[in-house]
Design a protein around this ligand. Structure first.
Ligand code: SF4
Ligand code: SF4
Length: 348
């Protein structure tokens, strides 16, 4: 089974989102960036192999001055890149043409509203919406010409965006052919989000009706949608055919970060449970669960273990396995050779 590795290669970014989870507060560029040599070393030591999925994230990874060196390193190992980008640089033709040289790859681009002013306000930069939409058009167009880009349009579930998602999905499905899929993503509740809590944080229950309506629209237009990152018990019964297949064992993920990859020698490996309330759930090894911060705010009432397998449990969307954001970084020396283990932040 392919492994999933997650690399934060930079804390730098060309946007300033109100819900940014990259909490780096200044410091030197060297500290903010992973170096390609370090990346190659980590790929080697982690024994990344052909077919493994490697998430390249940031910050905004495309602003890293050596961005393409990271992709070159992955190509040498025939690993599959999953690029998390805000999409702004994709509107640059030369940039996207070079990106195609490193395909196949999965590219994930967020849209926070179909209203340019709101998308720009949430991302902190004028013209972000226009650039992201133009970039998206460019990669979809390249895919239609045979470039093996797998493309995901990300919709965010938060107070500022959940009522926007349906019209955003409508716009994208009207404007582009069925050559990409959608995903619906929970909000990562970190420091900056908490500072804007009243504008951003909302319960899944309150967002449920609008979310179901968004999913219905996407499916009615014959596009696929991934719900892989949502707690599965907040997904309506009628949409559970969209969930990924059951797994019997925890899926391990590795996380590497320019600031802390070689630190924290005391961290221990844990498994992927978001809550002890999940233990009876059939999906406890498949579902990413609720973020601990969410449970601190809203309690456990929405954690409803699923005890009956969905009939015909086939995923409609084969998106690559994304990283669970509550995983913290860790490297640990073992017998002279580095071994990498994952540390999940369990709820208190
Ligand atoms: S694009 Fe990503 S890294 Fe940049 S500000 Fe927005 S959330 Fe943060
Ligand atoms: S009970 Fe837990 S594991 Fe089960 S679907 Fe809900 S969040 Fe996921």
């Amino acid at each position: 089974m392919p492994e999933t590795y997650y690399f934060n290669i930079t804390y730098a970014c060309n946007s300033c989102c109100i819900f940014c989870a990259a909490n780096f507060q200044g410091g030197s560029r060297r500290l903010a960036d992973m170096q390609p040599a370090q990346f190659r070393f980590l790929l080697h030591e982690a024994d990344v192999r052909a077919g493994d999925q490697v998430v390249i994230n940031g910050g905004e990874p495309t602003v890293h001055p050596d961005f393409f060196e990271f992709l070159a390193a992955l190509r040498e190992r025939q690993a599959y890149p999953i690029l998390f980008t805000n999409g702004v640089r994709l509107h640059e033709q030369a940039f996207t043409a070079k990106l195609a040289q490193y395909s196949p790859m999965n590219i994930r681009v967020p849209f926070f509203s179909a209203r340019p002013q709101l998308h720009d306000r949430l991302t902190g930069r004028a013209d972000n919406f226009a650039k992201t939409l133009a970039g998206f058009a460019q990669i979809v167009g390249m895919r239609s010409q045979g470039v093996p880009f797998e493309i995901e349009a990300k919709l965010l579930l938060c107070k500022a965006t959940y009522l926007e998602n349906r019209t955003t999905a409508a716009l994208l499905t009207e404007r582009f052919p069925n050559l990409f899929y959608f995903s619906i993503n929970p909000l990562l509740i970190y420091d900056k989000v908490m500072r804007n809590k009243d504008r951003l944080v909302e319960s899944f229950s309150r967002m449920r009706e609008a979310t179901e309506s968004t999913i219905d629209l996407i499916l009615s237009r014959h596009f696929l949608v991934s719900l892989d990152l949502l707690p599965f018990c907040v997904v309506a019964e009628r949409h559970r055919a969209l969930l990924p297949p059951l797994r019997n064992v925890p899926h391990r993920r590795w996380y590497f970060d320019p600031r802390s990859t070689t630190a924290d020698p005391e961290a221990r490996m844990t498994e992927q449970f978001c809550s002890e309330h999940c233990l009876p759930c059939l999906y406890c090894h498949t579902c990413k669960g609720f973020y601990p911060e969410y449970l601190e705010l809203f309690g456990h009432a929405e954690v409803q273990p699923i005890v009956q397998e969905h009939r015909g449990d086939q995923p409609l969307c084969c998106s690559a396995e994304p990283f669970r954001a509550t995983v913290a970084p860790k490297t640990e020396p073992s017998g002279g050779k580095r071994r990498f283990v994952v540390t999940a932040r369990l709820p208190g």
